[in-house]
Design a protein. Structure first.
Length: 126
């Protein structure tokens, strides 16, 4: 991949993650799932899980309302994969803090688009 194509793919991955986070922050679960390449893998302090198409929305905390302070950075890409770092504070429906999360997203380049394949997260509950 030449430098121009690499820059294009990094921009596309940034755009993809921006859209994904916008839907997540807005609590639009039906749109969030469009950004996954099923099945997806989640690894966190509670263990490891593989989630199949349609199961993801059931794993969102029932008290979740939105995320504040969300930020992300594309760390690196190659011809078929990308790594993204993200962090933010998740807020409950009552306005209190649900958790602060830092995550690494593994992404896959498919048919000229990026999809999220997995996430490893560190959660800190207050």
């Amino acid at each position: 991949m030449d430098k121009v194509e690499r820059a294009r793919r990094i921009d596309l991955l940034s755009k993809t993650m921006y859209e994904y986070f916008e839907y997540f922050i807005s609590n639009k679960k039906e749109r969030v799932v469009e950004y996954f390449d099923w099945p997806i893998t989640f690894v966190n302090g509670d263990g490891f899980s593989i989630i199949k198409d349609g199961e993801w929305s059931q794993n969102v905390d029932k008290d979740y309302q939105t995320t504040i302070g969300m930020q992300f950075t594309v760390l690196d890409i190659n011809d078929s994969s990308g790594i993204v770092w993200g962090s933010g504070t998740r807020i409950k429906k009552d306005g209190s803090i649900l958790e602060t999360i830092t995550a690494i997203y593994t992404c896959k380049y498919l048919d000229n688009n990026w999809k999220i394949k997995g996430m490893t997260g560190l959660r800190k509950k207050d």
